[in-house]
Design a protein around this ligand. Structure first.
Ligand code: NAD
Length: 483
């Protein structure tokens, strides 16, 4: 990315064209030395038949240029349209989503004048895999996929980011008290990686109380690293408590490509009125310039922007009669920044970027672990007469079990219902039936196939299986509640 001078830009939908024009005018006035290939993405492209929101020709330009400055787009509802953002992030391996949130008191009112938090969000995995299935009349599922290399990459990125930007602490947020294998792995890797960064403090919050901290005490946080969904949610909370959703920019960066944008959407409610705040996209562009080795230009623009804010020249979303000097439109706000290129703020802290801020993360492939099959969970769609757990349990134990795989337990929505369930437990038509070898013998897939045949012969409709493995002797599956 550092050697590029040609980038792709897309003007997007809604307020996109207005804020992109403002941003490009400011960058040109600052002589950033970039040339632009403009592509069309978003609503029009979706509606012209490209379900991904981008044409194959534009996609090739995007891949070739490696750096993409993107205005927000409108994703049409329904109709099988795929989120273009998710497609770009995942196809180009943009694993790190960095979202800085700062308060600019007193110019932009915020409850937390000292807030200065950077959220580093894993950008490719988690529930955004979008692998969903309806399995029974009553139950649908989505798969939460977390990988070891995906987690290690983003956690290392957060620590490297903290070092490169002079940050003091990295806080990890997970829900590993409940999801011990997925979130637990993320937390474990965090605990291992932090040892390599003794110069940076590290702590961990459970995500629910962590979100409350973002909302109520954001000044106690510095860099936060978290999984995809949690990062998405807490960054909107952070944007709101910092002052305005129109202010924050974000970078989506991988090993080879980068996409830079505002965190807000296309704001169709204010489109075409020259009232949108272009700061979010401009801050995204500033992050891009730093990553492209143009720290001097990023600094020039950022300091002119800060000077404009402190001079009280504000767009409508941050204008307050008692604090602002002049309410301006998108174009006039950009003009005010251009007029101040070369000036520094005197009350807000001026920024100084490190020229050599390129963050590179490399991870080593771990050797494969010894994998041993010790059982299988067979999921069954069944209602019976009255969803009687003893009925399905006794039949699976006595009729369906094979020599090598015997029914150990059944759970319904994770709660043990057989043997020894209680009548108060609500039961759906989705039964997880756990079969293991009572002597602890190591099994193979033929044992599973034999079991499935036997389950079918006993008259049950199996809908999926999950193998129970030990990896290097450690249990690789969760116990059922009550097991
Ligand atoms: P939004 O962020 O577009 O707007 C939320 C509110 O914030 C609106 O009241 C809007 O007027 C205001 N706002 C947003 N940006 C502003 C700015 N720069 N200046 C002043 N006010 C601003 O969220 P939404 O209304 O939920 O979504 C609108 C569309 O944007 C949807 O189609 C959504 O899918 C899309 N979206 C796109 C992206 C993206 O392209 N990265 C991100 C989020 C949402």
């Amino acid at each position: 990315m550092r050697t590029q001078s040609r980038i792709t830009v897309a003007h997007g939908d809604g307020i996109g064209p207005e804020i992109m024009d403002a941003t490009l005018r400011i960058m040109d006035a600052a002589n950033v030395g970039l040339t632009y290939d403009t592509i069309e993405i978003g609503e029009k492209v979706y509606k012209s038949g490209h379900k991904s929101g981008i044409s194959p020709e534009s996609w090739e330009i995007l891949r070739g240029n490696k750096v993409f400055l993107k205005a927000p787009i409108t994703t049409p509802q329904g109709g099988g349209y795929k989120s273009l953002n998710v497609t770009i992030r995942k196809s180009l391996g943009l694993y790190s989503n960095v979202r800085p949130f700062r308060a600019y008191p007193p110019y932009v009112p915020s409850f937390f004048p000292h807030m200065d938090v950077v959220i580093v969000r894993e950008n490719e995995e988690d529930l955004y895999a979008g692998i969903e299935h309806q399995q029974t009349t009553e139950v649908v599922q989505t798969l939460k996929l977390i990988s070891q290399p995906g987690s290690e990459k983003i956690i290392r990125y957060a620590f490297e980011y903290a070092r490169a930007y002079g940050r003091k602490k990295v806080t990890c947020m997970t829900k590993d008290n409940i999801m011990k294998h997925t979130d637990g792995m993320f937390h474990n890797i965090f605990d291992e990686v932090k040892l390599e960064y003794p110069d940076i403090a590290a702590d961990h919050w459970i995500i629910d109380i962590g979100s409350a901290v973002v909302a109520a005490r954001p000044e106690s946080l510095d860099v936060v690293v978290t999984l995809n969904l949690y990062g998405d949610i807490i960054s909107d909370i952070a944007a709101e408590v910092a002052g305005s959703v129109g202010m924050a920019g974000s970078s989506n960066v991988g090993m080879t490509h980068g996409m830079f944008e505002a965190i807000h959407g296309s704001a169709p409610d204010i489109a075409g009125q020259n009232i949108a705040n272009p700061s979010g996209l401009l801050n995204g562009a500033t992050m891009m310039l730093v990553q492209m080795g143009r720290a001097d230009k990023a600094e020039l623009i950022q300091n002119a922007w800060l000077k404009t804010l402190e001079d009280g020249i504000h767009t409508g979303d941050i204008y307050r009669a008692n604090r602002s000097v002049e309410k301006v439109g998108t174009k006039e706000f950009a003009d005010a920044i251009i007029d101040r290129l070369g000036q520094k703020p005197t009350k807000l802290a001026a920024v100084k970027y490190n020229e050599d801020v390129a963050i590179s993360v490399s991870i080593e492939e771990k050797p494969a672990k010894k994998k041993e099959l010790v059982g299988v969970d067979v999921f069954i769609d069944w209602r019976g007469e009255s969803r009687d757990a003893d009925e399905i349990g006794d039949r699976l134990l006595n009729v369906a079990s094979t020599e090598n795989l015997k029914l150990k337990l059944i759970s319904n929505r994770g709660v043990l219902v057989y043997p020894g369930g209680i009548p108060e437990t609500f039961k759906t038509d989705h039964w997880r039936c756990r079969f293991v070898n009572p002597e602890g013998k190591i099994l193979n897939n033929s044992d599973v196939l034999e079991l499935l045949q036997s389950v079918q012969d006993a008259g049950f409709d199996f809908i999926k299986t999950e193998h129970l493995y030990h990896f290097d002797g450690e249990r690789g599956y969760s116990l059922s509640q009550g097991e």
